[in-house]
Design a protein around this ligand. Structure first.
Ligand code: ADP
Ligand code: MG
Length: 625
């Protein structure tokens, strides 16, 4: 073992910087959190070249005293905690006192700050060393600029992503900071273009600043508290879902937390309403006593640990279930009222009493609870018991669920399966046989009958044609021969910053498939042409599906992306079982299979050729034994 060295502060800070300062977004997070800890009500963030060239965060907070300017950059320098006890009751966003030291050690920093009691002062550091300081005129608050990130650590510089990608990470982080601090007006620009500007007038305004005001129709407010916990914010209606998790924001004691038991509870509440690969929207703030949550789990403070996570889970689960329940019953009541009204219109009331609409509450309960006891007390306690709640909710879903949820019960049918020998396997078929075979007829307008040397083949005309088209499409894609078909009206998709980056990353691939797609202003793309091999493509659904891959880390492959659409199109455009094909058409189909590079299964995996050997047929008739 080598001798133990005590590391010099410069080196130690550079190591620590690896934990806190990973990328521009993490610097933005530390600086904005410092501003908020300083009581700022206005914060402005500017980044240039994704924050790699420059990040400026200025605030109207309490400022830093001139004498504290230099010590603030020392490791473990913090004004927020003094004793160990403080660690277990943290009310500020920062407390570790390592951010400024870490940031300054790997960049060039300038701070200008003024408190209420002192004149403004500035300090400049390069690679953690003070290079200038002195008095400087400034408004109340702090101006913080970070330039040339990792200029003195080239190895770390290499790990930075392209500016656009770093910018998108900053943007998505800032959207969370805006939602987490709805009472602070936050303005954010990238390369001098304004991206977000929040008013500081509460959570609803903050949500509008990020998602646009039209989202209001899709939200359910949540506002529940007991003696210990409170949960406030908004969740999406069950009909409003997103294709990835980037629309879920959870704050715990004012701190945005990327993953916690709260996310799990929310997801579980929506489980029965959402189809696979759909995710609910939420912006929720959970508040609990500071000493019941440990935020000192990770240096970037994006994770927390609860003293009693079961209690938290139960509280959140019940609160969300109840909010969804109330929203659904309200809707149902409205629907019932509407039908009732229509009914009343067609049937003239016999008396004034008769014309009155039924009591809202009464209808509501009858409709939902059906055979269950119908009194308020039961309703109330059900909302507090997850299991009973689930029962009630399921009952409700049963009564309101749209047709798409219906699963037809299929009676088991006995299907005699052809034997392995009868199924033509890819490896044993000589495709040339299809070229030389004799089409001798058809059965039930569904199966082509073909004689092949000493074999009789039945070909499913639909499955064969479907395969033929599918393989033709695939080879067009492989040979990059896909042509585009312009859309009558260009289609716009709106995205958030993470989705934007994901589309940008895959732009070339989408174009190679025949999509004419281009960025269209901020957070939007215009699609003016689609692959001509997919004339019936549902563009909206396709992109929803495409964006759902954002949560996967695997590389997107163009063929995988459209395989389902291709087989759907092939299926739609191929001849069907029952289509009355004439002899020429039958021959064309069979020759097509022989000509092409065709796999002898339909794209859904069903075989399409079944053959019988002459010998077997002879055996059926006991011509041979
Ligand atoms: P921490 O936030 O964990 O205390 P930092 O390294 O982020 O540690 O900051 C060190 C100290 O510098 C803070 O405790 C605070 O006193 C001061 N400081 C940093 N930024 C600001 C700001 N924008 N306004 C006022 N004080 C600030
Ligand atoms: Mg800090």
């Amino acid at each position: 073992m080598a001798k133990i060295n005590i590391l010099k502060p410069e080196l130690f800070n550079k190591i620590a910087a690896g934990e806190v300062v990973e990328k521009p977004a993490s610097i933005v997070k530390e600086l904005v959190e410092n501003s908020i800890d300083a009581g700022a009500t206005k914060v402005s963030i500017q980044i240039y070249e994704g924050g790699i060239k420059k990040i400026v965060v200025s605030d109207n907070g309490s400022g830093i005293l001139p004498d504290d300017l230099e010590p603030a950059f020392m490791p473990h320098a913090t004004s927020k905690i003094a004793h160990e006890d403080d660690l277990y009751n943290i009310a500020t966003l920062g407390f570790r006192g390592e951010a400024l030291a870490s940031i300054a050690s790997v960049s060039e920093v300038e701070v200008i700050s003024k408190t209420a009691t002192h004149n403004g002062h500035s300090i400049k550091l390069s690679g953690g060393k003070v290079i200038a300081k002195g008095e400087k005129g400034s408004p109340l608050g702090t101006y913080f600029s970070v330039e040339n990130l990792f200029f003195n650590t080239p190895a770390r510089q290499k790990f930075l992503k392209k500016p656009k990608k770093e910018e998108s990470e900053c943007t998505s982080l800032i959207s969370k900071l805006i939602l987490a601090n709805p009472n602070v007006a936050i303005k954010y620009s990238a390369d001098d273009k304004i991206v977000y500007s929040s008013s500081g007038q509460g959570l609803q305004d903050a949500i509008f600043a990020i998602y646009g005001a039209q989202i209001i129709d899709s939200l359910i407010p949540v506002n529940v508290e007991n003696e210990k916990y409170s949960l406030k914010g908004y969740i999406g209606k069950t009909s409003y879902f997103k294709s990835n998790r980037t629309y879920q924001t959870i704050m715990i004691n004012g701190r945005w937390v990327s993953e916690s038991i709260v996310n799990v509870a929310v997801s579980q509440c929506y489980e029965s309403y959402m189809m696979k690969h759909c995710f609910p929207f939420c912006v929720l703030c959970l508040n609990l006593p500071n000493d019941e949550v440990d935020v000192n789990v990770h240096p970037n403070k994006l994770e927390v640990r609860f003293q009693d996570s079961r209690a938290i889970f139960g509280f959140v689960y019940n609160a969300i279930t109840e909010a969804i329940f109330n929203d659904l019953t309200q809707k149902t009541t409205q629907e019932i009222e509407q039908t009732q009204q229509e009914f009343n219109l067609t049937r003239a009331p016999e008396s004034v009493e008769d014309a009155k609409l039924p009591e809202k509450q009464e209808l509501n309960l009858n409709f939902i609870l059906d055979n269950q006891p119908k009194n308020d007390e039961v309703m109330h306690s059900s909302a507090e018991c997850p299991i009973l709640n689930e029962l009630v909710i399921n009952k409700l879903i049963d009564s309101v669920k749209p047709a798409k949820y219906e699963v037809k019960e299929e009676k088991p049918v006995f299907i005699p399966q052809p034997t392995q020998q009868q199924l033509i396997k890819e490896e044993i078929v000589d495709k040339n046989a299809f070229l030389s075979s004799r089409v001798i007829g058809k059965a039930f307008n569904t199966f082509v009958i073909m004689e092949l040397d000493d074999e009789l083949c039945f070909i499913d005309q639909h499955a064969a044609h479907e395969r033929l088209l599918f393989d033709r499409f695939v080879s067009q894609i492989k040979d990059k021969e896909v042509s585009s078909q312009p859309l009558l009206l260009p289609y716009n998709i709106d995205v958030n910053s993470q989705e934007e980056q994901f589309v940008l990353d895959n732009l070339e691939m989408l174009r190679s498939l025949g999509f004419d797609i281009e960025p269209f202003g901020n957070l939007s793309f215009k699609i003016s042409a689609i692959p001509s091999i997919l004339p019936d493509l549902n563009v909206e659904k396709f992109f929803e599906n495409f964006l759902s891959n954002l949560n996967n880390f695997k590389q997107m492959k163009s063929l995988d992306l459209i395989r389902d659409n291709l087989s759907e199109t092939a299926c739609k455009h191929s001849v069907k079982g029952g289509d009355d094909l004439d002899k020429d058409e039958l021959v064309k189909l069979v020759r097509g299979v022989g000509d092409g590079n065709v796999t002898l299964q339909c794209p859904h995996g069903r075989p399409f050729v079944v053959k019988f050997k002459r010998r077997d047929i002879d055996k059926w008739f006991r011509r041979i034994v």
